[in-house]
Ligand binder design. Structure first.
Ligand code: ADP
Length: 175
């Protein structure tokens, strides 16, 4: 007998390379709506991430430590299979732009074909984080100098700044 899936438990998946304030906003809001929220850090062999899965796991756990109904895990393979393993019925996603919606729409249809019992729920990004993406943050960390680098705290949690700059052999707010 397969384990029944809980509608009160959602899973939020992504690369989180690195975790941004946009992600944290979706996680906080999701943790209020659902009794339980699992953050799934996807390990994708086709991608070449800046942070190792272990680094992303430990950074994400430390940022989210105060959210008691949120757990963080890494996973490999299909998202719907991970969600089923978690015993959840809901896949939570965040959308920022119309182009996000287009991509998410295709992915949602594919996931539904793979596992019709799992449904996807979208939260609209908060206005202040609509422009925030992990890619943008990596560009800023790599290229920005002086006060622009100091603005990283508007995009990523404080815990992420130092490890992010170190990846590019830079030190906090170095000129
Ligand atoms: P992926 O590799 O799946 O694109 P990401 O780590 O970039 O993973 O994002 C995970 C989820 O968070 C996706 O649903 C994405 O649309 C959403 N997301 C990313 N950035 C933001 C943001 N600034 N505000 C709200 N949602 C976001």
């Amino acid at each position: 007998m397969p384990t029944p899936l809980s509608s009160h438990h959602a899973v939020y998946v992504g690369s989180f390379d690195p975790l941004t304030l946009g992600h944290v906003d979706i996680i906080r809001r999701g943790s209020i709506i659902f009794d339980r929220l699992t953050v799934g850090i996807g390990i994708n062999p086709d991608k070449n991430p800046l942070f190792t899965p272990e680094e992303r796991l430990s950074l994400t756990r430390s940022v989210l430590a105060s959210l008691k109904n949120v757990e963080v895990r890494c996973f490999e393979g299909l998202t719907v299979e991970f969600i089923r393993q978690c015993g959840a019925r809901v896949l939570l996603r965040g959308v920022r732009t119309l182009s996000d919606i287009e991509t998410e729409f295709t992915m949602t249809l594919a996931n539904r074909a793979l596992d019709p019992e799992i449904d996807t729920l979208f939260l609209m990004a908060s206005e202040r984080y609509t422009h925030v993406s992990s890619t943008l943050i990596k560009q800023i960390a790599q290229l920005a100098v002086g006060s622009a680098a100091g603005k990283l705290n508007e995009f990523v949690p404080a815990e992420v700044i130092e490890p992010l700059l170190l990846k590019y052999n830079r030190h906090q707010y170095s000129k």
